[in-house]
Design a protein around this ligand. Structure first.
Ligand code: SF4
Ligand code: SF4
Length: 343
């Protein structure tokens, strides 16, 4: 677990107030979207269901937008997961199921869910923090995931120990390398049917460098130093939400960071943001345009389908996506999504 000092906690209400304040005193995200004819923005079609299966995590990273830790108790119950499967079966446009957390592996129904998803013609992704794969009973999970051809996407903020541990806690880098070697040994990152992707996010209040260039650097360094292979590197911008917003506010840098993002606004990325093809489900079945809106408790803008239990594809398809200032993180530079850059 991390020994990093975390910033003072802000309530969701206080976070929204800070974001609203930055819109009234600086550049407004909605105004920028209007300028490029991208507001209101509607979904293009539901392709990805992102299910947050619980906020509990074995780690406690400084940038975590979910505010996850070993102390979080929210875990998605099985009846919600069963309903997700029912919705997936009834909506064949959904081609990808993306399991997030916390550490998704810590949900007690995780293995059952993977087995159920494997029976369907879908890509199943898990966002694994790697370190959990070398702990206790979870050591058996890499082979289980390989058996079911699950795609693994994992954060590795840098190819150096110093930078990775600064963001994610002491010992993270070495445990991540250990897990990557095990995954490579099973064929992950080396076979086309066992995709392994890494995620870079900046270690501070700046925009990620070019994804293609950084991928070359990661491949060269991890290959040379550890003989590690992976398929793609995704760069993901830190959005001013939860712990990262608290950090920015604590440093008095929130408005400055939002202006940095706003000054790099990319109109192409604006029309391709991930909320146009993704729906996020929280541990309690509530529906959101994305994982970030989930954490800010900004629900989908519909009257009835606010929970997976009341899922109505037509109503959700006609909704307007809900924005606030944190959305500048998705439209800055090359654009940012859970699948990396947008351009
Ligand atoms: S960033 Fe990922 S690994 Fe770190 S605390 Fe959050 S969910 Fe856990
Ligand atoms: S933060 Fe969410 S709602 Fe805002 S642009 Fe990004 S994906 Fe869309």
């Amino acid at each position: 677990m991390s020994n990093i000092t975390l910033p003072k906690r802000l309530s969701v209400r206080a976070q929204i107030d800070l974001l609203n304040q930055s819109a009234s005193t600086g550049t407004s995200f909605v105004a920028k979207m209007k300028d490029c004819d991208a507001f209101p923005l509607k979904p293009k079609g539901l392709e990805i269901m992102q299910i947050n299966v619980g906020y509990m995590c074995n780690m406690e990273c400084t940038h975590c937008h979910v505010d996850s830790s070993p102390r979080r108790k929210e875990i998605t119950p099985k009846n919600i997961l069963e309903k997700c499967l029912e919705v997936i079966d009834a909506n064949p446009t959904i081609k990808t199921v993306d399991l997030t957390g916390g550490a998704p592996e810590m949900n007690p129904d995780f293995k059952w869910l993977i087995e159920e998803l494997a029976k369907r013609n879908l890509e199943t992704i898990i966002r694994s923090n790697l370190t959990i794969l070398v702990e206790g009973k979870f050591k058996t999970y890499p082979a289980f995931l390989a058996k079911h051809k699950v795609t693994i996407i994992s954060s590795l903020p840098c190819y150096t120990e110093e930078n990775t541990d600064a963001q994610r806690g002491d010992g993270t880098f070495n445990r991540s390398i250990q897990a990557l070697k095990i995954l490579n040994g099973l064929g992950y990152g080396r076979q086309d049917d066992l995709p392994l992707h890494l995620v870079y996010n900046p270690g501070g209040a700046f925009i990620a460098p070019s994804q293609a260039k950084l991928e070359d650097d990661y491949k060269r360094e991890l290959g040379k130093r550890f003989d590690i292979d992976f398929h793609n590197l995704y760069t993901i911008t830190n959005l001013p939400v939860s712990r990262f917003l608290e950090y920015l506010e604590g440093e008095g840098k929130l408005n400055e960071y939002i202006e940095v993002l706003a000054n790099s606004f990319n109109p192409f990325a604006a029309k391709e943001v991930m909320c146009t093809n993704t729906l996020s489900v929280d541990w309690n079945g509530n529906l959101f345009d994305c994982d970030f809106n989930q954490i800010l408790k900004m629900p989908v803008a519909v009257k009835n389908s606010r929970n997976i239990m009341d899922f109505n594809a037509e109503e959700l398809a006609s909704r307007d996506i809900v924005f606030n200032q944190h959305c500048f993180g998705c439209t800055a530079g090359e654009g940012s999504s859970c699948q990396g850059s947008l351009t």
